[in-house]
Design a binder for this molecule. Structure first.
Ligand code: ADP
Length: 486
């Protein structure tokens, strides 16, 4: 059932277009992944509302762009304050529809608010340049201006933070923006929209259009094909990212794509083994392994292998699996049956090809709809699916290696390039390996790398563009060169 909220008006079941709550044409059912129970029916939008949202965003643009960055920033800061004030309700909604443990959900609310705070400030620092001209009779000004109407399509694994991470820099830059949240998690997105209105965001500056999986495709098409929409930001699978990029090609839209990952986690012989185990736990089992920067393959050097595996096994065996709203639970359900089937098949494939099951490995139908035990596999080889594909579940796969060169080669042998991690106490090795890893992000002696102040994003098939940091706002700014004859 839906959680009881302190503020019942945070439960919104219609989309937000032009400052109004708008009914949809294709109802969207929301379920609790822990129990499979029906939670709510939300107004599902489609192509028609996608068009209406573009028009609203276009109408709202001139006035929003004309405000001072300070004004826009104050509004974003008020919105962040609203998120913090209603953190308990937002977390309860998030856990209900997404499944993550309540403590993680509360953490995500603060993380989501941190992007609003960060860009409330960064918006004030969109500096231009004056460039000395080679012709003495000329002067150059270089300005940064908002790209215009923007669209964002977000995933279910971080139902709140993936929205603010895109919306905050867009709004701070002076753009207006429309969001299509994941079909699994519209309630968190709509509560966030309600709080945006309370913070004073004018009509049309933000649109939120919940939609079924099918209608999401239709909305995506309308936004990609529209010449009015100047930027699309997407977080999700590489497959859908490629499709959206192709759909955006005819209008040459600017794109930020944060796609799949397949993060290596390397532990060298000289590592602090306790720190490496701690980092492995944080990087692997957060959100039941359903983040695009979760470690997916553990490469552990021969000399430290057994000690690392032994301590990791103890920690994994101690993890509490259960519904996210139950006390002390550390690992919740997977998002749905399809996710469960993928994890199951990765584990079965590894075991069939000779991996050893050290911890877990079982479905737990007794706990609810989509629970899989936190799992540790050793003796994994490069032929196994778990070593070549993103598992997106609570399964740590350990491979052994001998030399630094091997570790780098194995780590880079993938089409993905989002996050990577390694543990060493040798300063030379730290620099060599960090430089050699073909990834957008490297965690050196840490399993937690994401924060509002640091750019987040990938290389290769993990996409392009950066979110967070001072770089994150550049995605929403066009550069204009003004050449002046004096
Ligand atoms: P995941 O595996 O995380 O569900 P997806 O890439 O399928 O990843 O989905 C991420 C987001 O992209 C969701 O909001 C989903 O509704 C949306 N989406 C999926 N396919 C399309 C599409 N063809 N056009 C537009 N949006 C899409």
């Amino acid at each position: 059932a839906l959680p009881a909220l302190n503020d019942a008006s945070l439960l919104r079941i219609a989309g937000l277009i032009d400052g109004e709550w708008v009914a949809g044409s294709n109802p969207l059912a929301v379920h609790d992944p822990a129990s499979g129970a029906f939670l709510a029916e939300v107004a599902g939008h489609g192509a028609e509302q996608a068009q209406a949202a573009i028009q609203a965003a276009e109408r709202a643009l001139p006035a929003w762009r004309a405000r001072s960055a300070r004004d826009r920033g104050l509004m974003l800061a008020r919105w962040a304050q609203q998120l913090r004030q209603h953190a308990a309700d937002l977390a309860a909604l998030m856990t209900a529809e997404q499944g993550k443990p309540l403590t993680e959900a509360k953490g995500e609310v603060l993380y989501a608010a941190s992007f609003l705070d960060w860009y409330a400030e960064e918006g004030k620092r969109v500096y231009g340049e004056t460039v000395p001209a080679s012709d003495p009779s000329k002067r150059y000004w270089v300005w940064k201006q908002p790209v215009g109407v923007c669209a964002a399509i977000t995933p279910w694994n971080f139902p709140l933070a993936m929205i603010t991470r895109k919306v905050a820099p867009a709004l701070a830059a002076g753009c207006t923006v429309m969001v299509k949240p994941a079909e699994q998690t519209p309630l968190t997105a709509l509560a966030c929209a309600e709080l945006a209105l309370r913070a004073g965001l004018p009509a049309g500056v933000l649109g939120v259009l919940p939609a079924t999986a099918e209608e999401s495709i239709a909305i995506g098409k309308v936004w990609c094909e529209s010449p009015v929409v100047r930027h699309l930001s997407f977080t999700g699978s590489t497959e859908v990212g490629r499709l959206l990029a192709a759909q955006c090609a005819p209008t040459l839209k600017r794109l930020s794509l944060e796609l799949g990952g397949h993060a290596p986690f390397i532990v060298f012989d000289d590592a602090d083994v306790d720190a490496a185990v701690e980092g492995a736990m944080q990087s692997k089992y957060r959100n039941a392994g359903q983040t695009c920067i979760c470690a997916n393959r553990f490469y552990v050097q021969a000399g430290i292998h057994d000690a690392f595996v032994e301590r990791l096994a103890e920690r994994v065996a101690a993890l509490q699996l259960g519904p996210g709203n139950a006390a002390n639970v550390q690992v919740g359900p997977l998002i749905d049956g399809q996710a469960l089937a993928k994890v199951r098949s990765h584990v079965d494939d590894a075991l069939a090809l000779g991996a050893q099951l050290r911890v877990g490995g079982q479905l737990r139908g007794d706990l609810g709809a989509s629970f899989f035990e936190p799992t540790l596999l050793t003796g994994v080889t490069a032929r196994m699916r778990v070593a070549v594909e993103e598992t997106f579940g609570p399964v740590a796969a350990v491979l052994k290696f001998d030399t630094e060169a091997q570790a780098i080669q194995f780590a880079n042998a993938t089409e993905f390039g989002l996050a990577s991690y390694f543990y060493t106490r040798d300063i030379g090795r730290a620099l060599r390996v960090a430089e050699a890893l073909d990834y957008g992000m490297v965690g050196l002696n840490t399993g937690l790398i994401a924060s509002a102040e640091a750019p987040f994003g990938g290389v290769k098939q993990s996409g392009y563009g950066r979110e967070g940091g001072h770089q994150g706002i550049d995605e929403y700014l066009d550069i204009k060169t003004v050449c002046v004859q004096v």
